[in-house]
Design a protein around this ligand. Sequence first.
Ligand code: TMP
Length: 212
Amino acid sequence: MTRGRFITLEGGEGAGKTVQAARLRDALEARGVGTVLTREPGGSPGAEEIRRLLVSGPVERWEPLAEAMLHAAARRDHLLHTIEPALERGLWVISDRFVDSMIVYQGYGQGADLGVLERLSDLSLGGFEPDLTVVLDIPVSEGLGRAAARAGSNRYERMGTDFHETVRRGFLARAESDERRYAVVDATADPDTVDRAIQKIVAARLPVLFDE
Ligand code: TMP
């Protein structure tokens, strides 16, 4: 059995990750590739319980490193119970956020030490990393506007414009540091255009399936 591939979608609030992750799942399934669509924080029963501690309550609820540790614990559970078993079965796993969100939100955004976060990432994942990470990039005002139009707001959406500007720069800096693993897509375009751009990247980086 050929091992599956692991693709993550990353980016700030309101970039359209959730919609595009579902579209990519549909496109792969239409070409006969079995997939698992998942998300972080969450993606396994244990990690979904931890998610509730992270996305609700006052903004200042957690100290940044403690918050990163909660994300890392959730991620390890997600890896062991959802991601790794699916990859072993030959399925392609698409995750709406993964470890880059921790480095960027808790590190760049909340100020936890980036070196410590890299160590925490190694500890929780043991060197495991995505085959491809697509960063959906959108100006902060536009992304927060889209997010505000949805029902309810989570703890992170309340963290202020400067925080989210730093998050945007963090994702772009990570993408620039490793062009092999990352690709950046302009998420201001309409969903069909973004969808096509993502499919083109997947076809080029993880050759399988897509017609031009
Ligand atoms: P979302 O599921 O609506 O994207 O919300 C999850 C929030 O969690 C989002 O604002 C980003 C944040 N987050 C972190 O701060 N660190 C992490 O490691 C992950 C996975 C998400």
